[in-house]
Design a protein around this ligand. Structure first.
Ligand code: PLP
Length: 390
């Protein structure tokens, strides 16, 4: 592409109604945002599932640790390693039932850094069609053969495993909880296939940690199935901090420390972030009622309330609530109407989802009050009344 073509490209994006803008807010609490004019909004599109971004103990831990420097000053292998990030890795090992763990600066970098260091020409990556963009990009960078299987279709995955020649390593890669619909991957079937075809299994638990499984441990805990080779995730969703991680066999971790370029060539996260994530991780295990059970209770409450009111919320078990609207323009209109009434939620349109399946996407957190849940429900009932079957 030529730089001089950019105006034309932007025009095409605009014509398709897909132009993106950055809108600034200040988060006054985990669920209350304020824009620059001082107008307040209840937030239903954040991944802060447990409200950890504003949890008192987490804030205090971060404040204490920020006195060790606002930045880390270097990469982990040079001068940027801190007690806090290494302690966090030890805790991640426990939570993810692995003997090794490595923190990256983002979940995106964890996926790219792992896939691209562990696979290459000769290897085959079998990837679910609805996997997160960072997995897709990791596959691209890896230069391995990539075979995309239809979302959650285990019969088709098995055919592909059987028929695709491979001299190197086979990897099966999946989101634990899928980000658009909030559905959970069929882990027991994936493990059965990985064993049968001698593949390695990578599960990205970005939306699962803190949310599903005993004490919010994630997808493996949910199914009580631990034969997962690489447990990947983020510190930026339920842990309310920033960063990503991989938990795996220590040999794999040692290899990544030596070969994963996003790990090697990026300045380490500061101690304050490590302290925040570590504190959040300990809190969610110590107080399941206050966090994981709470977000799930809030989700059930809102889901039932919406269903009883005729709102077309998709069935599911996680705090990601897709509300099916169908028509693209209708989805955008409804999201804008909610915004006017002080509710922030996302309209999801093609190409993110198939045509005619446009939807609103609501995320529920442990920090939402009953009153806030009732408010979003009321606004949706009123603003979308022509859409809901009575
Ligand atoms: C959000 C997300 C990531 C990226 O994590 P960041 O820490 O935000 O970079 C990776 N995978 C999945 C499935 C995600 O939902």
């Amino acid at each position: 592409m030529k730089i001089e073509d950019i105006p034309q490209v932007l025009k095409e994006i605009e014509k398709a109604g897909l132009t993106r803008h950055v809108v600034d807010y200040r988060m006054k609490t985990a669920t209350l945002a304020m824009d620059r004019r001082g107008k307040e909004y209840i937030v239903f599109n954040s991944n802060d599932y447990l409200g950890m971004t504003h949890e008192k103990e987490v804030l205090e831990a971060a404040r204490r640790a920020i006195s060790f420097g606002t930045g880390s000053g270097g990469s982990r292998l040079v001068s940027g390693a801190t007690f806090e990030i290494s302690d966090l890795e030890k805790e991640l090992c426990k939570v993810k039932h692995k003997d090794g763990a490595l923190v990256f600066n983002t979940g995106y970098m964890a996926n790219v850094g792992v896939l691209y260091a562990l696979s290459g020409p000769g290897d085959v990556i079998f990837s679910d069609a609805l996997n997160h963009a960072s997995i897709i990009d990791g596959c691209r960078m890896a230069r391995a053969k990539v075979v995309v299987y239809p979302h959650g279709n285990m019969a088709r995955l098995e055919e592909l495993l059987a028929e695709t020649p491979c001299d190197g390593e086979r990897f099966i890669v999946t989101d634990g909880v899928f980000s658009m619909d909030g559905d959970i991957c069929p882990l027991p079937d994936l493990v059965r296939l990985k064993r049968k075809y001698h593949a390695r299994l990578l599960v990205d638990d970005a939306h699962a940690l803190g949310v599903i499984g005993k004490n919010g441990g994630g997808t493996s805990d949910y199914f009580q199935e631990y034969d997962v080779d690489l447990q990947i995730g983020t510190l930026s969703k339920a842990l309310g901090a920033e960063g990503g991680y991989v938990a795996a066999d220590p040999l794999i971790i040692d290899y990544l420390k030596n070969r994963s370029r996003p790990f090697i060539f990026s300045t380490a996260l500061p101690a304050s972030i490590g302290a925040a994530a570590l504190t959040a991780l300990k809190l969610l295990q110590a107080y399941p009622q206050r966090f994981t059970a709470k977000v799930n209770g809030n989700t059930t409450y809102l889901r039932n309330h919406l269903k009883e009111s005729g709102v077309s919320v998709k069935e599911g078990e996680t705090p990601i609530l897709p509300i099916m609207v169908g028509d693209e323009k209708e989805g955008v209109r409804l999201a804008e109407a909610c915004l006017k009434r002080g509710i922030l939620l996302s309209a999801i349109r093609p190409p993110a989802v198939p045509k005619g399946t446009s939807r609103l996407r609501l995320t529920v957190t442990a920090a939402h009050t009953k009153n806030e849940l009732d408010q979003v429900c009321q606004v949706l009932i009123e603003e979308g009344s022509h859409l809901w079957k009575q």
